[in-house]
Structure formats: C-alpha cells, structure tokens
Ligand binder design. Structure first.
Ligand code: ASP
Length: 437
C-alpha cells in the first residue's frame, strides 16, 4: 500500500501544526510521498505566506525596498524551524531569493518559494529526500501543464525514491523558469504525484473533516459526505460548492485513484472518500446540495415555435455571438427559457434582446432577474422513487415558489430555480427532508 499525502496551508501554518502533520505521517507506514503547501493562516486575520510573497515581489518589481517584507516572510519559516527544534538554516536560500527578486525573476517564481521553502523544512523534519518540483513537473510553450512529460520524468524519479517531499503549486517552463498553477494548486500537485507514483490513495489533509452535504453558512452543522463519486463532485463544484482545485480531479480520476479528504486537526475522523464508482449505498437519497445566486431567466414565446426548425439554434447563437454562456434551457411547447449569469448578461442585455428579435421574431421576450439555481445531487436518486415529489412538497411547505425544474437524464441531479430571496429557505427545506439524524 502506497499513499500520497498533501497538506494544505493551515495544516502547516506553525510548528504546532507541523507536529500534528509529523504524527499523521509517522502513524502510517504507507504515507510515502508528501506534498506540502506554503504556510497558511495561523489565525483568521493572519496572512498566508503566498500572499506575503506576492506583495513582497510587487515591491521588488516596482524597484522599491522589499527587505522588511522579505524579513517578515523569513520570520514565518524561522518560527517553524525553531518550534520544531531543527538544525536548519534557510539563510543561503533567502539570499538567493533576495537576489532573484532584485533580478525580477517574476511573480510565479516569487509565489512558488512558499512551498519550496516549506518543502525543505518538511524534508528535514521527516528525514525524507526533497525533490524540487521544477525538476519533475512541466508546462509546455503555451503555459499548459504537460501531463505526458511530467508523468514520464516524475514516475521515473519516484521509482528511485522510497519516500520523498515534493512541494506543491509549481513546476517549470520549457526554458527552465518556474511556473505556478492557479491559486490552490498544491491540490493539483498532489494528484499528479499520486498518478506518477501509482499509489493506492491520495490523502488530501485540510482543516475540515470532509465535504459537507450543504453549505454550513446556511445549515448549522451539516452532515459530512462519507463517499462521493467524481461525477457527483463535479456537479456540486460546478454549482459553487468550494471543494478541491478543479484540475486536481483529472490525473487521479484517470488513474482510478480515490481521494480521501481528511482533517489535520481531527485525524480520527474518516473524512470524505472521492471515488470513481462505488456500490456503497449512499446514506441519504441525496449526496449533497449546492447553489448559486444571480441568474436571469430569458423567457421567449412564439406561437408554433416547436415546428420552426433551427429556432433553438438561432436563439443560442445570439448568446454565443455575445460571449454569454447559458446554464440551463428548459422549454415548453411555444416557449423556451434560457438561464444566464446576471453579471455576464447585464452589460450585453440590449444587444442580445435585439439579436433574438432579429433572428427569430418572437411574440414576447420577458426577463426575470435575481434568480438562484440549486443543484440537488445524488447517485441514490436513480434508484429511489418520489425524490422529485419530496423535494417539491418540501419547497411548497416552506412557501418557496419554484421557477424552474431541470432533471438531467442521468438522474444524478435535479436543478431547481428559485428567487434569490428564497435561496436559504429552499436549501433548508430540502436538507431537512432528506437528511435526518
Ligand atoms: N500556496 C498556494 C496558494 O495559496 C497554493 C496552495 O496552497 O495550494 O494558493
């Protein structure tokens, strides 16, 4: 059994947190490859080291004095080294960083030092070898992640290392300069390492005990999702649930490696397992719920619309020409409705309306704004009769007016449109109907 363990910034924000991480790694012999983030926040209004690095480099780039800022960053690492009682000095490393900042090595280089330096500390603390990600993770000429080259070089390298620390968030360009993934990208590194090392499990350690059935800002202490499939996760993430970095899914999903979301501050909790497929019967009919506010419904009516070939295409082409993507498109006999993002739509409203008039000469076009979409997701819905019925009676009881219903043919999700102002009430009503203690 082999595992990759990735630790997020809050798990590595201080020496105390590092010690918890050390205990977790040492508790399981199979935790062989460690992917650290940069030190995150120690308390709620603290600053992440990554943000400190961006700010510090901005001064360097502008030719201003950045020594005080760099000192503050160094102090964050020294606090950790001292707290762990390590005999390690980062003086030489910081000299290099200072010089490279002066030479304007770039924003990406600057940000990547957060995980690079934390990786050095982690390797020293654990007694593992350190692998600089710039040597094993690659981007192509267009700045896209080069999966093939990376997998080849990285798996070869890892086959020689029984245990290693590989810092998250960055790799290198074809010219050897450093490039980072987008923010939160250490999740992606963990996934890439998991695939290359052909591990059995990718553990992603953070500060929550897994994904929650619903947003905790709306539902007090929602249940944790024990098992979720990649498909379900994708639906929830798309609808706004803040989960893993989107790109972290692909490498492991391809390789069929499950991800386990765990809590560094409560390692006894089982967390959430993300799997390709499962025969594990879901605990509740719904696996999870997520939603987003701020949509507009564009209702188009025209007599005999249905017999007019190409009607839908012509309407959608107007949105396409204006660079507005549509979210959902429920239709009736002589009506069709297009749900679009309100912010995206607002600036182009009149062009789009005029375009639709020109293309299909509808009888009426009505706009309804300030709508929210809620996705109720669950692989269990397929096998259960009456799910939609239960959702709608719950909403009726809560006096929520349903503006739209859209069930995907996979029966994995039901999307419900309600007014923004009914958003919280709708989520509460559905949660209470399906999730009981
Ligand atoms: N340190 C980086 C960030 O703050 C990457 C990560 O933590 O995943 O975005």
């Amino acid at each position: 059994m082999k595992k990759v363990v990735k630790f997020g910034g809050s798990s590595l924000a201080s020496a105390e947190q590092f010690k918890k991480v050390g205990n977790i790694i040492r508790a399981d012999e199979s935790r062989k490859y460690v992917v650290p983030s940069a030190p995150g926040k120690r308390f709620s209004d603290d600053t992440k080291v990554t943000d400190m690095l961006y700010a510090c480099y901005a001064l360097a780039e502008a030719g201003k004095d950045f020594s005080k800022d760099l000192k503050a960053i160094k102090a964050r690492y020294e606090e950790i080294i001292k707290g762990l009682g390590l005999k390690l000095s980062l003086d030489e490393e910081f000299k290099k960083v200072e010089e490279n900042f002066k030479n304007k090595a770039g924003n990406n280089y600057a940000a990547s030092r957060g995980e690079y330096l934390n990786g050095i500390i982690m390797a020293n603390y654990l007694g593992y070898n350190f692998i600089d990600s710039a040597e094993v993770i690659f981007f192509d000429e267009n700045g896209n992640f080069d999966a093939e080259k990376t997998n080849k070089v990285l798996s070869e390298r890892l086959s020689k290392e029984n245990r290693a620390v590989i810092p998250g968030f960055y790799g290198s360009n074809p010219d050897g300069t450093v490039r980072t993934f987008s923010r939160g990208g250490s999740d992606v590194t963990g996934s890439i390492v998991a695939k290359a090392a052909k591990v059995d499990l990718y553990e992603n350690w953070t500060d929550v005990s897994g994904f929650l059935v619903a947003d905790p800002r709306i539902i007090k202490h929602p249940k944790v999702i024990k098992v979720i499939t990649y498909k379900e996760l994708r639906e929830l993430a798309y609808m706004g649930a803040s989960v893993l970095h989107e790109d972290a899914i692909f490498p492991v999903r391809q390789a069929g490696i499950p991800i386990n979301i765990r809590n560094t501050n409560a390692p006894e909790d089982a967390g959430t397992m993300i799997v390709k497929s499962t025969c594990h019967t879901p605990e509740y009919v719904i696996t999870g719920m997520a939603g987003t506010k701020g949509f507009v419904a564009v209702n188009i009516e025209k007599d005999m619309m249905n017999s007019e070939i190409g009607f839908g295409r012509k309407v959608l082409s107007v949105f396409e020409q204006n660079g507005v993507s549509f979210e959902h498109m429920p239709s009736g006999i002589d009506t069709m409705t297009i749900f679009v993002d309100q912010k995206e739509f607002e600036g182009k409203e009149q062009q789009i309306l005029a375009g639709i008039d020109r293309e299909v000469q509808p009888d009426t076009i009505e706009l309804e704004s300030d709508l929210a979409l809620i996705a109720v997701v669950g692989r269990g819905m397929k096998a259960t009769r009456g799910t939609a019925g239960r959702i709608f009676s719950a909403l009726a009881h809560a006096k929520v007016n349903v503006k739209m219903i859209d069930q995907g043919s996979s029966e994995l999700n039901i999307i419900i449109g309600v007014s923004n102002c009914d958003f919280n009430a709708a989520i509460k009503a559905i949660y209470d109907t399906f999730v009981q203690d």
